[in-house]
Design a protein around this ligand. Structure first.
Ligand code: SF4
Length: 441
């Protein structure tokens, strides 16, 4: 069997660069004529309240429009853009605002493209083998061809988030939670590795005009990278993408699983890279946030640097699902604002599904229903403060922190939608971070 081709192209200008990536990879060769095409961008997060940094967090509208034009040139008329933005359950306004702001209505008017919030559409159960089944959006499953447009990022739980991981946005909320399984063998990586397995043929185009370190969200470090990576083989695209982000494929657990499931090597020996060489464009993107591990407090490094004492906030693991992850940053911000220089009295905060309480803590906050169920009877807990919601209710989180002696402010949680705007400052006066990539002019 021939090698799988992956094209690496430097992004230089609208249309031409995407066209070059499509042609060099021969990426549309498996697309049937008159195909019903589903485009899957990565719009992992959105807020209506403020402008927030998007570079490397979400797919550029530039690449989406260029891809639409190229599909139209191939005679494709039935094109749907679909995404399941991470938002509160039943929140349909935030995704609608995202799609409007990103120019999808203009794409509809100009090219007849449809766009859907997959959370408002039906799902169907797909058997991914080995006892794994997840519920996928019916539109993508019943399309003839998928154009997968992930933003190029490293990821704090999955090392990288590229073509395969991007498909997680097409499953329903219970399936997303299920992926973050507590079983060490059948964990997040094991589930993510299978996301592409039941899909129609896929063309993957990794949008690295911007890339993101310590993704998936706006609190990572954004870079202008000007790279496009394209292939009709999603595993090959992701393995090359991982290498470009500084990780061998065998350092990315879900790629190791995917390779094994498909009897593929992880050393790129069955891949032909055309265009730029990996080593000429590769740049290490750290994926993990640093934690301090001192006797009077185990916590994220920025909290330790601030001098916080008496708090044990151990690193989350892969069992903390997207919905608790979204709150985790907010809880940490609330703690930082609440610190007045007086050590707290042995407070531990536990997240996800697997962490166990540290013996000797005075108060233990169990964040989320999963953690409550995992530890509600644990004898190592002295005073338990449970937040039982799934996802946890912000008001309950503040009450729990207050009960533990951490004077968190309800106001911060009330204004949570505006917090992402504070990250804009980092990119101010840097012309390479250009919002126009996220508009359709
Ligand atoms: S409690 Fe948190 S980690 Fe558990 S399923 Fe709910 S949102 Fe996810």
């Amino acid at each position: 069997m021939g090698k799988k081709r992956v094209a690496i192209v430097r992004y230089e200008k609208p249309y031409d660069s995407v066209k070059k990536a499509v042609e060099m990879s021969d990426g549309l060769s498996e697309m049937p004529s008159n195909a019903k095409v589903f485009i899957k961008p990565n719009i992992v997060f959105w807020t209506k309240a403020v402008a927030f940094p998007k570079w490397g967090v979400i797919t550029t509208s530039r690449v989406i429009e260029d891809m639409v034009v190229i599909l139209k040139e191939h005679g494709i008329d039935d094109i749907t853009i679909g995404e399941g933005v991470v938002a509160a359950p039943k929140d349909i306004e935030t995704p609608a605002h995202a799609f409007a702001t990103l120019g999808y209505e203009t794409l509809h008017k100009r090219y007849g493209v449809k766009y859907i919030n997959v959370m408002q559409r039906p799902f169907e159960e797909i058997d991914l083998g080995d006892g794994i089944s997840l519920k996928f959006n019916t539109d993508i499953m019943n399309s003839d061809f998928v154009v997968d447009l992930p933003a190029m990022k490293s990821h704090n739980q999955t090392v990288v988030s590229l073509g395969i991981k991007n498909l997680k946005g097409t499953i329903n909320i219970p399936s997303r939670k299920k992926c973050h399984n507590a079983d060490i063998q059948r964990d997040l990586h094991y589930h993510v590795a299978r996301l592409a397995d039941g899909m129609p043929p896929i063309f993957t185009l990794i949008d690295g005009i911007y890339s993101l370190e310590r993704g998936p969200g706006f609190d990572g470090r954004m870079r202008r990278s000007n790279i496009l990576i394209a292939s009709s083989d999603i595993i090959a695209a992701d393995m090359v993408g991982a290498n470009v982000l500084g990780y061998r494929a065998d350092e990315v657990p879900h790629l190791v699983h995917a390779a094994k499931n498909h009897a593929r090597p992880t050393d790129l020996s069955d891949i032909e890279v055309v265009g730029e060489k990996i080593e000429d464009v590769a740049s290490v993107h750290e994926y993990d946030f640093a934690y301090s591990d001192e006797k009077d407090g185990n916590m994220p490094a920025p909290l330790a640097k601030q001098g916080i004492k008496g708090l044990f906030y151990r690193k989350y693991d892969t069992t903390m699902c997207t919905y608790c992850s979204g709150l985790n940053g907010l809880v940490l911000s609330a703690i930082r604002f609440a610190w007045k220089g007086e050590p707290w009295d042995g407070v531990e905060i536990l997240t996800g599904k697997r962490l166990k309480p540290t013996p000797g803590m005075k108060k233990t906050i169990l964040l989320g229903r999963c953690m409550y169920n995992a530890n509600k009877d644990n004898p190592d807990i002295n005073e338990m403060i449970a937040i039982k919601g799934c996802p946890p209710n912000p008001k309950d989180i503040v009450d729990a922190l207050n009960k533990a002696g951490i004077a968190a402010d309800h106001g911060l949680f009330d204004q949570a939608d505006t917090l992402p705007g504070f990250f804009m400052d980092r990119y101010k006066d840097k012309p390479e971070f250009d919002e126009s990539f996220f508009r359709v002019e």
